[in-house]
Every structure is written in structure tokens, then in C-alpha cells.
Design a binder for this molecule. Structure first.
Ligand SMILES: [Ca+2]
Length: 264
């Protein structure tokens, strides 16, 4: 048996062939794996069965009697979770991993996160902010829009997601330069032509929602850099520190789209 330091705890299931790439935000407890021959696996959905206060041996034996069973035992609590309902999962290949998401919860290829009850998809392209919103809106109307990251749970989900899918196809979306590609999210000033106005969420045209109580501005942002000359009126998400920044809306960027879960 192996003790994993960075096992994930979210609804999505990652069978990681290259786990070093993955940074898990949901590693709330250390877990044991049933069998060294099984693939590296990250779990978070409700288990098929749970046994409290059992030994690792008993936990593994329970799993051995079931087909397609994977099991984890929590090191600290001796709680044993069994997962056997593989048929409900949709498999995708993402970032060196096989990524499994539950059918029906999100539009196609969006990834569902139970803790935030939201779906995300990074779209690789070069759009200004308005174009990026339009792109998200057309993915699966009326459920999809540029991401609204307005709670810690959503920020954690996005952080986990972006760390999980980073690969050569989308590497430009992760640029560390201030102004280079990175990704848009759904925030924009009420009046984009006036950098003195506040930011709001604008998931759809003619919709404006308060940012809410939790904000994730980088400590020096928003800075309305060079004021009316640059008009930093649109919100980007910095993958390296998972904070917001205000930037001129005309830059060409990827976009992080969000979807409202369709079924629940
Ligand atoms: Ca700025």
C-alpha cells in the first residue's frame, strides 16, 4: 500500500498517469490506495459505500468482492470509501490524465465541481473581452458565460481545474507576462469607458451583478494602470496566484468559461 501525499478530493475523478503535473487543492486528508497495480486515482464524489473505523485490510477486502472497485481509506479517521459506479462517468483525456466527469451535470467537456456546484472549461483562443464573453455564451446557451469567481469555493475549484489541465495545447493561456495571453473572466467595469467606475460581473450582455462579498484582486490590483490612456476595465485571472487583475479589454486572450449545472 502506498501513502499519497497529494491525493485529490473533489467530484471529478482523475486517473493520473503523470501525477506530478497535478496540484490538488482538495487534499484534505491523506489516503491509502487499495492496490499498487491500480492507476493513480483522485476521488471526491459520494462513494458507493462507506465503512467507518475499519482497518485498511478490511477496507481492501470489501472492495475485492466488487467489480471495478476502487477504494480509499482515510489515514486519520480510518473511514473507508468504495467507488464502483464507473458507468456514470464520462472519460476525457486532459493534461496527461484521464479525467472523468459525471454525465449530465455540465454541458459537454465542462468539468463539474461539487463543492462550488459549478462547471468550468478553459477555451483556448485569442479574443478581446467582448468576443470572449460571446464565445462562452454560445457554447451551450443559456447556461454558459465567462467565469464568475466570487467565492472561495469557486476560486479553489478553478485553481484545481487550471492546474489539472495545463498542457502544451493551452500553455499560452498560462503566460506569466503581465499583458500576454492568460485568460479573461466575467468581470468588467460598469462603464468600460470610465476607469473610475466599479467592477461588476457581466455574464451576459445587459446583465450586471455585484462582485459580492468575496473578492480575489491581486494585492496591487485593480490599479487602472495609466488611467484613461489604458482603460483597464476588464478582468483577467492570473493562473499563477489565482487572483484578479484589471486590464485593457482589447487584449487577445483565452477565456475561462463557466456553466450552470444542467441537472442536479
Ligand atoms: Ca491592472
Amino acid at each position: 500500500m502506498l501513502l499519497f501525499k497529494n491525493i485529490c478530493y473533489s467530484l471529478i475523478v482523475l486517473i493520473c498517469r503523470n501525477f506530478d503535473k497535478i496540484i490538488c487543492k482538495y487534499n484534505s486528508e491523506r489516503l491509502y490506495r487499495k492496490d499498487d497495480n491500480l492507476p493513480f486515482t483522485c476521488f471526491g464524489d459520494a462513494p458507493s459505500a462507506t465503512h467507518e473505523n475499519v482497518s485498511l485490510a478490511r477496507c481492501s477486502l470489501a472492495c475485492n468482492n466488487l467489480k471495478n472497485c476502487l477504494v480509499f481509506q482515510y489515514y486519520e479517521t480510518n473511514k473507508c470509501d468504495l467507488f464502483v459506479t464507473w458507468s456514470i462517468w464520462i472519460k476525457q483525456s486532459v493534461g496527461g490524465c484521464s479525467l472523468y466527469t459525471r454525465a449530465g451535470l455540465c454541458p459537454p467537456s465542462f468539468v463539474y465541481f461539487p463543492l462550488s456546484n459549478s462547471c468550468y472549461k478553459l477555451e483556448v483562443g485569442s479574443w478581446n473581452w467582448e468576443q470572449a464573453r460571446s464565445w462562452c455564451n454560445h457554447l451551450s446557451p443559456p447556461y454558459t458565460f465567462p467565469a464568475i469567481i466570487n467565492t472561495t469555493k469557486k476560486n479553489d475549484a478553478v485553481t484545481f481545474y487550471l492546474n489539472s489541465i495545463k498542457d502544451s495545447n493551452n500553455i499560452d493561456c498560462y503566460n506569466s507576462d503581465y499583458f500576454s495571453r492568460k485568460m479573461w473572466i466575467g468581470g468588467q467595469r460598469i462603464d468600460p469607458a470610465n476607469v473610475l467606475t466599479i467592477f461588476v460581473w457581466k455574464p451576459f450582455p445587459n446583465v450586471a451583478l455585484s462582485l459580492g462579498n468575496e473578492t480575489f484582486w491581486f494585492p496591487t490590483q485593480p490599479d487602472a494602470f495609466l488611467g484613461s490612456l489604458f482603460l483597464e476595465s476588464c478582468m483577467t485571472f492570473w493562473h499563477d496566484n489565482f487572483n484578479w487583475n484589471d486590464l485593457s479589454c482589447y487584449y487577445a486572450k483565452c477565456v475561462l468559461c463557466e456553466a450552470t449545472p444542467i441537472l442536479n
